[in-house]
Design a binder for this molecule. Structure first.
Ligand SMILES: Nc1ncnc2c1ncn2[C@@H]1O[C@H](COP(=O)(O)OP(=O)(O)OP(=O)(O)O)[C@@H](O)[C@H]1O
Ligand SMILES: [Mg+2]
Length: 232
């Protein structure tokens, strides 16, 4: 029988994973998978473990218990120097933008491409133009990121996350600081990205967005992960 963990459509598979912060168990015995093209919401009260789970998935917290495969990487025992390679397969979006304010949009994106080994100036320009077009920000290329609104900065962050053509986009409350209209624009953008085949795992407290943009739901509750439910 084929090993399900090697199924090519799966971008993520967790089996009996326990998430820790320091020595404390935050979430226990998680088992779930995400397939190519899935749109998955991660919900749950503040402090329920959403960010801790996401951090584990992109290698910011070590996985010590259970088995997890993310974008083809086994997380348990993953070598520190493999983590940048794992992250190149992922798009990671935080609530606080973590852009360099003293660099232009273009320079912020170029920084990532250089860090991931790109050396051709021509290819960098092409890719940057492409991802900025994807997020509707072609005209902001030469602006410093401090000159942009919150929604525009979030678009730059999304453009940045698309640079390496991710299999899975991990977003931790990407609309947390944005007004409702801009949040909807960001969600429409996620939908377009998702329709091209990138799976999305997004932590949010915003039930209105979940209703408007349906997806699968994972809820962190009382140290467990419950599939398909939503009540807080
Ligand atoms: N760096 C850390 N060191 C130790 N404990 C932490 C750390 N970060 C979070 N925790 C603890 O882990 C638990 C889960 O926190 P986490 O940030 O994962 O929750 P969350 O669901 O993302 O909450 P929110 O909705 O507020 O973002 C909390 O009890 C928190 O205090
Ligand atoms: Mg959080």
């Amino acid at each position: 029988m084929a090993n399900p963990i090697e199924h090519e459509e799966k971008v993520l598979l967790l089996e009996d994973v326990t998430i820790f912060q320091e020595e404390r168990e935050i979430l226990s015995n998680l088992s779930f998978s995400i397939n190519k093209g899935d749109f998955v919401y991660l919900v749950g009260r503040t402090g329920s473990g959403k960010s801790s789970l996401l951090k584990t998935l992109y290698g910011d917290l070590r996985l010590t218990k259970g088995r997890a495969q993310v974008a083809g990487f086994e997380l348990k025992g993953i070598n520190r120097n493999e983590i940048p390679f794992l992250r190149r397969k992922l798009g990671i979006i935080f609530q606080d933008f973590q852009l360099f304010p003293d660099r232009t949009v273009e320079e912020n994106l170029e920084f990532v491409l250089k860090a991931t080994g790109q050396t051709s100036k021509k290819k960098m320009v092409q890719r940057i133009t492409q991802v900025l077009a994807d997020v509707g920000l072609e005209s902001a290329k030469k602006k410093y990121t401090f000159q942009l609104s919150g929604g525009e900065q979030q678009r730059v962050v999304i453009a940045r996350s698309l640079l390496n053509d991710p299999l899975l986009l991990i977003a931790d409350e990407p609309t947390g600081n944005l007004d409702p209209e801009v949040s909807i624009e960001i969600m429409e953008l996620f939908q377009r990205i998702n329709n091209r085949g990138t799976a999305i795992l997004m932590a949010t407290h915003n039930h209105y967005l979940i209703e408007k943009f349906p997806g699968n739901i994972l809820m962190c509750k009382d140290g467990e992960l419950i599939e398909g439910e939503m009540e807080e």
